[in-house]
Design a protein around this ligand. Structure first.
Ligand SMILES: Cc1ncc(C[n+]2csc(CCOP(=O)(O)OP(=O)(O)O)c2C)c(N)n1
Length: 365
């Protein structure tokens, strides 16, 4: 049983890859390789999307490089595809590791014909009811109260699904965050709140978000346990999330997990992070790369596949993503008149008129 409210983050693997404390591995080599693969897939996806932005093929993206252990650990700790997730805009690593189809994510970012929203949403605001991923929102903390509501419904329906709600450290400064956690505590709603504390809210550092010891400790005020975890350690995140999620599922009420991580890249495509944080800090955290740390662990345990196998997997992931990107572009983009679809069951006369008007204009071009 993990302890809540620890001063130091809960950790399984040290920087050198060696086990910290006494614990036994409950995963087979194939499952460990899956964790590695999911982290590498998230990293490669991130790099490709940044390239796509530079090519002008999409106009918005929020990088998650550096946060892979947190996001993949969360995905592997919950019942992916069964539990409902209210993700935040940087959660592509979580989504992909939880089985969200790459094809749907890419189609949404590019706004192609296969995009469920037909290009009407902001890029990188994906979601899928089928995969139990509520649509991404740009507003911070606005998912917290609805996530509590989702969990209350699950409780009233007697379901054993739980709700997982993620957010950054900046979101915890919003009133919505406190209202959502407060209600969850009162209602004993089966919701697992996870803070992906990457230490910056655009240019505002964590010290400007809170004067308290951290985020996890705030759970105390709302009558739930709060866990502080090393978010660069995929095994620690997976295990804490798994244990806490099952406790939430068993009816013990909500919980908060804070994963301490770092965003290596800029806040979003519109940001220049060199204006507010030192290169030394970024380099320090680049050296704390969660993928490398996990590789050192696999090596120390004698479980790291040979270099050829690893580069084969990387090549496979590259080919998969390139293939999906090319396919999305080949599928083409929605035409202008699709904007009239899905608005009303029967198009009212004034919109019918506007569609006709636009059609004539288009023909005259
Ligand atoms: C309600 C609201 N206020 C302000 C913003 C502007 N904004 C966009 S992202 C962001 C910082 C969020 O930081 P954090 O929650 O730590 O997540 P991160 O982007 O660092 O992962 C802010 C203030 C917003 N999107 N929504």
């Amino acid at each position: 049983m993990f302890k809540p409210f620890t001063d130091q983050p809960i950790v399984r693997i040290g920087e050198d890859g060696k086990k910290i404390g006494r614990w036994s591995l409950d995963l087979e080599a194939a499952q460990l390789l899956r964790l590695w693969r999911d982290m590498v897939r998230a990293r490669i996806f991130d790099e490709k999307l940044v390239t796509l932005l530079r090519q002008g093929k999409t106009s918005f993206y929020a990088q998650s490089s550096g946060m892979e252990a947190t996001q993949v650990g969360i995905a592997h700790g919950i019942r992916a595809g069964y539990d409902w997730v209210w993700p935040y805009y940087r959660d592509q690593g979580l989504a992909l590791a939880a089985g969200f189809p790459l094809k749907d994510l890419v189609a949404q970012s590019l706004g192609t014909n296969d995009d469920l929203c037909k290009g009407r949403q902001m890029p990188h605001h994906f979601g899928s009811a089928e995969h139990r991923f509520v649509s991404i929102s740009s507003s911070i903390a606005n998912q917290v109260a609805p996530a509590t509501g989702t969990a209350m419904a699950q409780k009233y329906l007697g379901s054993d699904e739980i709700t997982v709600c993620t957010f950054g450290d900046g979101a915890t400064s919003e009133g919505d965050w406190h209202a959502g956690l407060n209600m969850a505590g009162v209602a004993k709603a089966p919701v697992l709140f996870v803070c992906e504390n990457n230490q910056w809210a655009i240019s505002a550092g964590i010290a400007t978000q809170t004067a308290s010891q951290g985020i996890a400790i705030k759970a105390k005020a709302y009558g739930m346990p709060g866990y502080f975890v090393d978010g660069q350690d995929v095994l620690a995140v997976r295990e804490v999330i798994r244990e806490v999620a099952e406790r939430v599922r068993s009816g013990e009420g909500p919980a908060l997990v804070e994963c301490l991580t770092y965003r290596i890249g800029t806040h979003s495509s519109a940001d220049d992070d060199s204006r507010y944080r030192s290169r030394e800090e970024v380099e320090l955290w680049r050296g704390r790369d969660p993928i490398r740390r996990f590789e050192r662990f696999l090596e120390a345990e004698g479980l790291l596949p040979d270099a050829e196998t690893l580069s084969g997997i990387r090549a496979e992931i590259n080919a998969e993503i390139d293939g999906v990107l090319a396919e999305a572009e080949n599928n083409g983009y929605p035409t202008w008149d699709s904007m009239f679809d899905d608005v009303y069951a029967d198009l009212p006369p004034h919109l019918e008129e506007q569609r006709e008007f636009l059609r004539r204009e288009q023909e005259a071009l």
